[in-house]
Design a protein around this ligand. Structure first.
Ligand code: HEM
Ligand code: SF4
Length: 565
C-alpha cells in the first residue's frame, strides 16, 4: 500500500491547520456561510438537508485495517455510529458537527487519509478496479498509476478551477470493474503483442446528459500517459464551456467538437508539454510500484474449505455468491455485502467496520477495498480461512449472500440526506430487497444490477443498471422512471426507458412485473436478464408493465430500428 512521504504528511497537516482556523471563524460568526462555502468545499465538506456532510477519499478504494478502524472511531465519536460508502470509493459521514470537523480531519491525517478534492471543480478521487492486485484476469495492477495520477492532480495549480469536477477511473482487467466508459477519463491497461500500454477513453459520464466515453488513444506507452492526461485536461480547461453549468463536462466538449477535433488539439498540446516531463514521473511510478508489491501468498492445503462447503449449506451459498477468482492458487477474493435485506445500501456501523478490519488483519494481508457497488472487499483470503471469515461476518450481519443479485442494489442517499434529491432512493432499495427476499426469487433470477438515483445527477449510476430507477418529482409527488438494459461493464451501455414512470407505491410491483416477465421469457435458466433483454427487446416488458397498446408501439420502433441498422 502507498504510505505518505514526509511531504505528503506535512501537506495534509498544513491544510488541516488552515481549515481549523477557517472553521473557527465560521463558528464565531466572522465568516458567513457563503464566504465559508468555497473553503469547506475544498475540504470535502458539504451542507446537506439536515447537517454538514463530510466526504472522505479512499483512493482507488484501497485501505488498510488501521484506516478502517479509524473510520470506525470517526463514525462513533463524531457521527451517529455509521458511515456511508459511495459509488466513487469515498465514505460519507452524514452527521458531523461543524466544530468537530477539524478534529475529524486530523484523525484522518493520523492514518494518511484526507478529504481534499472530494468536492469542487477539481480532479476528484481517482477510482480503480476493487479487485486490483488480486483478480485472476488482471493484466496489471491499476493502483500504481492511479496513485501517480492522484499525486499529480492533488493541488495541481492549473487544475484547481476547472469548468466542472473531473473523474478518472482505471482498470487493469478486461472485465471492467471500474466503469471506465462512464468517466471523464477512463484508462484501461491492455496488452498488445506482449507490450503493456493504456487505452485512453474520454467523455463518458452519467448525470443529466449520459454518455458513453470514446477512445481517444488506443494504445499509449506508460511513460507518455501523464503528459497525455495533462494535455487532455488542459485542452478541456481551455475550451470547456463555462457559460452553462450543464454543458461544462468534458463529455459535452467532446460531443460538441467531435472526438477527432479533441484528439488533434490534445496532440498539439501534448507536443508542447511532453518535453517538460523529464522522466521524474516515471521514477516516482517505479517507487510507487514497490509499495504495491503483492503480499507473500501462502501455499497451504484447501481441504478444510472443501469440507466446510460440504458440511454447511449456508457457507456454501455464501461462497458460491460472494467469492471471486484470485490469481494465486488456493486464494479467493471475498466481497462483503453491505446490502443486508432491508438495510441502507452502503452503510456500515462502527462495529462492522472493526470486524472487517480485524478480518483483514488476521486473514487478509491487512488489505480492504471499497467497491463502486458500495460493498467492501477482502482481496486476499486463503481458502482455508474462508469458513472462519464467514462465521465472523455472520455475527455482525455482514454475511448476506447476494453479491451481483437483485438485492445488491446501488442507491444514492436521495431525499433522506441530499439537498438536490427529488425523490427517495434508500427506502425503494430497501423495499425491493425485502420483497425479493420474501419471494425467494433472488438466486433464481441470478445476475441483476439495480441502480437507483434520487435525481438526474445520477450518483446511483442508474443509466448503467440492468434496471435503473430514477426518482423524480412530478408536481410534488414522487415518480420513478425505469430504464432497462443498461450495463456498466467492459461493453458499457445506457439503459432504455420503459415508458411513463411509477408512483412510490407502484415501483416495487413494477420491478416484480419485469422480473416475472424475464423468468417467463428467458430461453433457459442460464440466460441472464441482460442477455434476455438484448434478445427480446422492450416489447414483452412494456406489455407486462403498460398493456398491449404501448407494446405494439415499442415493437414497431424496434422493427424500424432493426431495418435501419
Ligand atoms: C449527498 C451528497 C451528494 C451530492 C450533493 C451530490 C451531488 C452530485 C452532483 C451535483 C452530481 C452531478 C454532477 C454533474 O454531472 O455535473 C453528482 C454526480 C455523481 N455523484 Fe453525487 N452527490 C452526493 C452524493 C453522492 C453519493 C452518496 C454517491 C455514491 C453513492 C455519489 C456519486 C456520484 C456519481 C458516481 C456521480 C457521477 C455522475 C457522472 O458520471 O457524471 N454522489 N453528484
Ligand atoms: S443522484 Fe441526486 S439525489 Fe442522489 S445523491 Fe446524487 S445529487 Fe443527491
Amino acid at each position: 500500500m502507498y504510505t505518505y512521504s514526509e511531504f505528503d504528511a506535512a501537506f495534509v497537516a498544513e491544510r488541516n491547520r488552515q481549515f481549523r482556523a477557517q472553521v473557527a471563524r465560521r463558528v464565531d460568526g466572522s465568516l458567513t456561510e457563503n464566504e465559508f462555502k468555497p473553503l469547506r468545499l475544498m475540504n470535502g465538506l458539504y451542507l446537506q438537508l439536515h447537517a454538514y456532510m463530510l466526504r472522505v477519499a479512499i483512493p482507488y478504494g484501497t485501505l488498510g485495517s488501521h484506516q478502517m478502524r479509524q473510520l470506525a472511531v470517526i463514525a462513533e465519536r463524531w457521527d451517529k455510529g455509521h458511515g456511508h460508502f459511495t459509488t466513487r470509493q469515498n465514505i460519507q459521514f452524514n452527521w458531523p458537527k461543524l466544530a468537530d470537523v477539524p478534529d475529524i480531519l486530523d484523525a484522518l491525517g493520523e492514518v494518511q487519509m484526507h478529504a481534499i478534492q472530494t468536492s469542487g471543480n477539481t480532479i476528484r478521487n481517482v477510482t480503480a478496479d476493487h479487485f486490483a492486485g488480486a483478480a485472476a484476469d488482471e493484466v496489471a495492477d491499476p493502483r500504481p498509476i492511479a496513485e501517480l495520477i492522484r499525486q499529480w492532480s492533488t493541488d495541481h495549480p492549473e487544475f484547481q478551477a476547472l469548468p466542472r469536477k473531473f473523474k478518472v477511473a482505471v482498470t487493469g482487467s478486461p472485465m471492467d470493474r471500474a466503469v471506465t466508459l462512464a468517466h471523464d477519463i477512463g484508462l484501461r491497461i491492455v496488452r498488445r503483442d506482449g507490450l503493456i500500454g493504456y487505452q485512453v477513453i474520454v467523455g463518458g459520464g452519467l448525470g443529466r446528459t449520459p454518455m458513453i466515453g470514446k477512445v481517444l488513444h488506443d494504445f499509449l506507452p506508460e511513460e507518455d500517459l501523464l503528459p497525455y492526461i495533462e494535455a487532455v485536461v488542459s485542452v478541456w480547461n481551455s475550451i470547456g464551456r463555462r457559460d452553462n453549468k450543464f454543458k461544462s463536462r468534458i463529455k459535452i466538449t467532446v460531443h460538441e467538437h467531435g472526438v477527432d477535433d479533441i484528439r488533434a488539439r490534445v496532440d498539439l498540446r501534448y507536443a508542447l508539454i511532453r518535453p517538460q516531463f523529464s522522466g521524474i514521473d516515471q521514477q516516482m511510478l517505479g517507487a510507487i510500484r514497490d509499495d504495491f508489491r503483492a503480499p507473500e501468498f501462502r501455499v497451504a492445503p484447501t481441504d478444510t474449505y472443501d469440507a466446510a462447503r460440504k458440511a454447511n449449506p449456508v457457507f456454501r451459498a455464501w461462497a458460491d455468491t460472494n467469492l471471486a477468482e484470485h490469481r494465486a492458487p488456493g486464494y479467493a477474493i471475498v466481497s462483503i455485502s453491505l446490502k443486508a435485506h432491508g438495510e441502507t445500501p452502503g452503510d456500515a456501523t462502527a462495529e462492522q467496520m472493526r470486524v472487517m478490519a480485524d478480518l483483514a488483519e488476521r486473514y487478509g494481508h491487512d488489505e480492504l477495498r471499497i467497491s463502486h457497488e458500495q460493498n467492501v472487499i477482502l482481496p486476499h483470503i486463503h481458502q482455508s480461512d474462508l469458513h472462519a471469515v464467514h462465521a465472523a461476518l455472520r455475527e455482525v450481519g455482514l454475511a448476506t449472500a447476494n453479491i451481483g443479485l437483485i438485492s445488491d442494489i446501488i442507491a444514492c442517499p436521495g431525499m433522506d440526506y441530499c439537498t438536490l434529491a427529488t425523490a427517495r432512493s434508500i427506502p425503494i432499495a430497501q423495499e425491493i430487497a425485502t420483497r425479493f427476499d420474501a419471494l425467494k426469487l433472488e438466486h433464481e433470477i441470478g445476475e441483476m444490477k439495480i441502480k437507483i438515483s434520487g435525481c438526474i445527477n445520477a450518483c446511483g449510476h442508474h443509466h448503467v443498471g440492468h434496471i435503473g430507477i430514477l426518482g423524480l418529482d412530478r408536481a410534488g409527488v414522487e415518480n420513478y422512471q425505469i430504464t432497462i438494459g443498461g450495463d456498466g461493464g467492459a461493453d458499457a451501455r445506457l439503459g432504455d426507458r420503459t415508458g411513463p414512470g411509477f408512483s412510490a407505491d407502484d415501483i416495487v410491483p413494477a420491478i416484480e412485473t419485469i422480473m416475472l416477465t424475464y423468468l417467463k421469457h428467458r430461453s433457459n435458466p442460464s440466460e441472464t436478464f441482460l442477455a434476455a433483454y438484448r434478445r427480446l427487446g422492450m416489447a414483452p416488458f412494456k406489455t407486462a408493465l403498460y398493456g398491449e397498446a404501448e407494446a405494439a408501439k415499442a415493437a414497431k420502433r424496434k422493427a424500424v430500428a432493426d431495418v435501419a441498422a
